[in-house]
Design a protein. Structure first.
Length: 173
């Protein structure tokens, strides 16, 4: 949740940056020397604040890209709202940098082997569809399901089951 708030703060900062950048009343003849000298109504301090905002946004994006595991509810293949910011960061990264990603679908041990393989596939496909809607070409994505076979925890309790209901995003070589 903390990462999501950081991402939201970075987006607000970027929006404010855009509004401040568009607020000029004197035309578009402003160059960087005008900004530094304060002749356009903005001073060097404003430019420094904008650079800090950009750095914060970059740091927030880097933190979101570290999130590569996306969890699901029991018997569900619906993406949780808490996963969306990280998935948006991954989509932007894939669109900008190319490359490929493998989406590994997993399930907990409950259910038959066949059911869990199908559920893992539906989960991986749900993430793939979301990334495609965000602009990632489908050729950059591969889905695979491991069902219950690659459990993070093998114990038989809700904590283990919750950790095993997931999709892991791995970037290709």
């Amino acid at each position: 949740m903390e990462l999501t708030n950081s991402f939201k703060n970075a987006l607000v900062a970027l929006l404010l940056t855009a509004v401040v950048g568009c607020a000029s009343t004197g035309g578009s003849d402003t160059d960087s020397s005008d900004v530094a000298s304060g002749e356009n109504g903005y001073g060097a301090g404003d430019r420094a604040a904008l650079e800090v905002d950009e750095n914060a946004a970059s740091l927030a994006t880097q933190n979101l890209l570290k999130v590569t595991t996306f969890y699901f509810d029991l018997d569900q293949a619906t993406i949780k709202p808490t996963s969306r910011a990280a998935l948006q960061a991954h989509a932007a990264y894939l669109v900008e940098n190319g490359g490929s990603a493998v989406l590994e679908g997993h399930a907990d041990e409950r259910g038959t082997r066949e059911y869990n393989l199908a559920l893992g596939e539906r989960r991986a496909q749900a993430i793939a569809r979301y990334l495609i809607v965000l602009g990632v070409p489908s050729e950059q994505l591969e889905t695979v399901s491991y069902g219950e076979e690659r459990a993070i925890r093998r114990s038989h309790d809700e904590t283990a089951w919750a950790l095993n209901r997931r999709v892991q995003l791995n970037y290709g070589q």
